[in-house]
Design a protein around this ligand. Structure first.
Ligand SMILES: [Zn+2]
Ligand SMILES: [Zn+2]
Length: 156
C-alpha cells in the first residue's frame, strides 16, 4: 500500500506535535518509521523543510547543533542544555520575564525583531548534579555528563 505525499506529511506533523522535545530529523524519522515502515529519511527531511517553509512547524537552528523541529508554532523561547543537549521550552514565569525584557529592549532600541538563543543547564541536569556531587563548581563541566547524552528525545 503506497501512501500519498499528503498522508505522509500528515503523519510526520502528527508525530512532531506529540513531542515537546524538539527532535532532529533523524529522531523524528525513527518515530515516523514505526507508523510508515516504507518512508525514507529523505522524505522526512523534505517534508520537514516544506512544513517549516509554510509555517506549520518551527525549524530551530541553534549554534553547534543539528537542526531541530518544533510542532508548536506559538511564540515561545528555547533553552539548550550544554550537558545533555536537550532543547526545552521556557514556560510560565521564565517565559513571561523574558518576553517582558525583550519587549522593553525593542521599545528602547526601536528595533523590530530578534533571534534569541538561551543556553543553560536544564532542571533535570541541575538536579542530577546537585545530588551526585557536593561541589557546584562542577556544573560547568559538560564532559562529566557524557553518559546522559543520547536521551534527548525522552520525556522527563
Ligand atoms: Zn540537561
Ligand atoms: Zn519549543
Amino acid at each position: 500500500m503506497k501512501m500519498s505525499n499528503t498522508q505522509q506529511r500528515r503523519v510526520i506533523l502528527e508525530e512532531l506535535r506529540k513531542l515537546d522535545t524538539h527532535p532532529t530529523a533523524d529522531e523524528l524519522y525513527d518515530l515516523v518509521r514505526q507508523r510508515l515502515p516504507q518512508i525514507s529519511l529523505g522524505t522526512v527531511y523534505r517534508n520537514l523543510e516544506l512544513l517549516s517553509a509554510t509555517s506549520q512547524i518551527l525549524k530551530l537552528q541553534l549554534t553547534g547543533t543539528q537542526k531541530r523541529f518544533d510542532g508548536n508554532t506559538a511564540l515561545h523561547y528555547h533553552r539548550r542544555c550544554p550537558c545533555c543537549g536537550r532543547v526545552s521550552d521556557l514556560k510560565g514565569e521564565e517565559m513571561a520575564e523574558v518576553e517582558r525584557v525583550l519587549n522593553e529592549l525593542l521599545r528602547k532600541t526601536g528595533c523590530r525583531s530578534y533571534t534569541l538563543e538561551l543556553c543553560g543547564v536544564c532542571p533535570a541536569c541541575r538536579k542530577q548534579q546537585s545530588s551526585s556531587r557536593e561541589n557546584p563548581e562542577n556544573i560547568n563541566n559538560p564532559k562529566s555528563h557524557q553518559e546522559n547524552k543520547n536521551d534527548g528525545i525522552e520525556r522527563q
